[in-house]
Design a protein around this ligand. Structure first.
Ligand code: ADP
Length: 279
């Protein structure tokens, strides 16, 4: 039996910011697909257009050319089956609402009946181990706990696809490791497709089934790396295996190449400009 199991199809995506002499080609040509239920990390040097790509996928930014198709439908605005977790949890939660109210708000906006809302919020808070603080305010919680509230809010909407943009960049190392394990646990339990953007190579290898390595700007996919680590992972054991080390070295060397290439860019541009060629 063959089934179309494509969740997300990004085809010849191109994004140019601005116009005229100030225009900047953030993404040159990105093509990839993500299957239903996959956990994929996108990694690339800073400025490679990762956030730009995520905004195009989330329907928050219109690409200059190319297309994003989610579950067979072209993305032209925020798609209903998608939730996004950003890095800045502090700014994404409402400080005047309790934990419970923050998680419940998007469900209210979607007019989900009260009894179901309560159930979903309870389940989501339990899933991120925050069942005991529903009446706290975000500012009373640690950074890691706040980010778990943001994850609970995303999960409560039962998304088909969860996009995460550097969600753990602002928390300490121990919390980050716990949150990484939380993402894998939720992924295995809830059958979601997850697209996780990071500039942390170890994080990408530890989390993903596939790592898409982006080049420096103007951006293309350098390599689609299959992560053949066991499905059940642990911070201590997985990270100390020989295979983990091989994979991280491989991704690391790709990123180094991407950076070296990106550093070439400014030298090429003046050379192509007749006014500067004499220098
Ligand atoms: P990354 O997330 O990989 O660090 P970004 O997508 O944030 O990369 O940015 C890619 C490039 O596009 C950068 O050079 C950035 O300065 C530029 N850029 C991002 N947003 C805008 C914008 N709104 N207008 C102009 N340039 C932008």
């Amino acid at each position: 039996m063959t089934m179309n199991s494509t969740m997300l199809d990004v085809r010849a995506l191109n994004k140019i910011y601005g116009s005229g002499p100030k225009q900047l080609e953030a993404i040159r040509d990105l093509t990839f697909t993500i299957g239903k239920g996959e956990l994929v990390c996108i990694v690339g040097p800073s400025g490679a257009g990762k956030t730009t790509l995520l905004k195009c996928i989330a329907g928050l930014l219109r690409p200059t050319a190319g297309s994003v198709v989610l579950e067979g439908a072209p993305v032209t605005g925020p798609p209903p089956g998608m939730a996004v977790v950003f890095q800045e949890y502090g700014r994404s939660l409402f400080p005047w609402m309790t934990v419970r109210q923050n998680v419940e708000q998007p469900l209210k906006e979607r007019r989900i009946p009260r009894a179901e809302r309560t159930q979903r919020v309870d389940d989501a808070l339990a899933a991120v181990s925050l069942a005991d603080v529903p009446d706290s305010y975000p500012w009373q919680l640690s950074g890691g706990m706040q980010q778990r509230v943001a994850i609970a809010r995303a999960v409560a909407s039962e998304p088909h696809v969860l996009l995460m943009d550097e969600p753990f960049a602002a928390v300490d190392a121990q919390t980050r490791a716990d949150l990484e394990d939380l993402v894998r646990t939720l992924w295995r339990r809830l059958n979601m497709t997850i697209l996780f953007i990071t500039h942390d190579i170890d994080e990408s290898v530890y989390l993903a089934e596939r790592v898409l390595v982006l080049s420096g700007r103007p951006t293309v996919v350098m390599e689609d790396v299959h992560i053949d680590l066991p499905e059940s992972r642990s911070q201590l054991e997985t990270r100390s295996t020989a295979r983990f080390a091989e994979l991280r070295t491989h991704v690391y060397s790709l990123i180094q190449r991407a950076k070296a290439h990106a550093q070439d860019q400014p030298q090429k541009t003046p050379g192509a400009n007749p006014e500067r060629a004499v220098v």
